[in-house]
Design a protein around this ligand. Structure first.
Ligand code: AP5
Length: 195
């Protein structure tokens, strides 16, 4: 199973990724988590990424694509993966297509988690109080939402055109949302293939 989980900041990608990945027996690969681990470890990648993350901007495509290519080349991704938060730009879509093509592999589904902006901001401000994540300030949250709307939201149409997209309401209890995702994936895989 090769899955993508997309959605705006605070939609619940990270929260849902672990359970969904476990359900399909594949690793959850979060670009945000890999960047944060590198920031915490003061690696050269972390030093580069931090400038962009703290401002709510995307890390440049060439840096992100190289990092994902390295991660997907690891043995645990051979049988599949769930990518959380990648791709986020058209250039990343192309890069991922090339990585998969090289391996003779293809995506199975793309889940788009949705929630209204007020709820997204509420969740992230709450997380700011609980965890103090550097990019969960009011101004940076707004910037992240704008960057998502400009750069990433249009990718849904691309994957819908490939008949891979399942849109899921991210509002409600975490378990309820997880059940919705599994149901959406089941109905997507039951859909007749168009010719
Ligand atoms: P990333 O860490 O991926 O941040 P994000 O996309 O802004 O998403 P979040 O982690 O804030 O939200 P989420 O949708 O995962 O929700 P979560 O489950 O955490 O990326 C960080 C940065 O790294 C980017 O800004 C960029 O700089 C860089 N980056 C990453 N990928 C990149 C790429 N491909 N290209 C370039 N740059 C990249 O939940 C949020 C909160 O809500 C939590 O507190 C959670 O407990 C709560 N919550 C979740 N579900 C529910 C629910 N159902 N009800 C109530 N609360 C809930």
């Amino acid at each position: 199973m090769r899955l993508l989980l997309m959605g705006p900041p605070g939609a619940g990608k990270g929260t849902q990724a672990a359970a969904i990945a476990e359900r399909f027996g594949v690793p959850a690969v979060s670009t945000g988590d890999i960047f944060r681990a590198n920031v915490a470890g003061l690696t050269p990648l972390g030093r580069t990424a931090r400038r962009f993350m703290d401002a709510g901007e995307y890390v440049p495509d060439e840096v992100t694509n190289a990092m994902v290519a390295d991660r997907l080349a690891e043995a645990d991704c051979d049988a599949g993966f769930l990518l959380d938060g990648y791709p986020r730009t058209l250039q990343q879509v192309t890069a991922l297509d090339e990585m998969l093509e090289r391996d003779g592999a293809a995506l199975d589904a793309v889940v788009l988690l949705e929630a209204d902006p007020d709820e997204l901001v509420r969740r992230l401000l709450l997380r700011a109080q609980q965890q103090g994540r550097a990019d969960d300030t009011d101004a940076v949250i707004r910037r992240r939402l704008d960057v998502y709307a400009g750069e990433t939201a249009p990718l849904a149409a691309e994957y819908d055109g490939r008949r891979l997209l399942a849109t899921v309401d991210g509002l409600g209890a975490v378990d309820e949302v997880a059940q919705r995702i599994l149901a959406a994936l089941a109905s997507l895989s039951a859909r007749p293939v168009s010719r």
